[in-house]
Design a protein around this ligand. Structure first.
Ligand code: HEC
Length: 119
């Protein structure tokens, strides 16, 4: 009896403690999944958006390395107001506040820096 109780406690405890790693949606917006599909559509022709691939455009930083340079949340303003970089290769984008939040959520879901498979 005691043993069964311990097992129940263990399994429920383990579920609650599971980190939401990878590409799962948290409840409600912002939607990581939607952010992923946005960057897939708009950014992946140049940027590596995933965990290990190289950027198709040599000069474009893989998204998983962005937080080496600044907190990805800092991009929120840039994305909402039209991100422009010094690089003429990159087109200007303007996203709605909602899409921006989704993109940030996706970027934050990437295992940056330590823990990332490769940079
Ligand atoms: C046509 C190619 C291309 C596309 C499409 C593109 N980028 Fe870029 N991006 C670049 C290049 C090239 C750089 C490097 C610019 C530099 O170093 O000056 C860059 C740099 C960046 C940076 C780093 C800026 C910095 O100063 O650190 C961010 C953030 C970024 N892109 C976000 C995005 C997002 C978000 C999208 C999709 C909405 C996107 N890019 C789409 C080519 C692209």
């Amino acid at each position: 009896m005691l043993k069964e109780l311990a097992i129940i406690a263990l399994t429920t405890g383990a579920c609650a403690a599971l980190p939401s790693g990878g590409y799962q949606d948290p409840e409600g917006p912002p939607s990581i999944r939607h952010g992923q599909s946005l960057v897939m559509t708009h950014c992946s022709s140049c940027h590596a958006i995933g965990l290990a691939e190289q950027s198709p455009h040599r000069g474009a930083p893989p998204f998983r390395t962005l937080s080496d340079r600044y907190p990805v949340r800092d991009l929120e303003e840039a994305l909402a107001e039209g991100i422009v970089t010094a690089h003429p290769d990159m087109p200007e984008f303007t996203f709605s506040a909602e899409d921006t939040a989704d993109i940030i959520a996706y970027l934050e879901s990437l295992p940056f820096g330590e823990g990332g498979p490769q940079r």
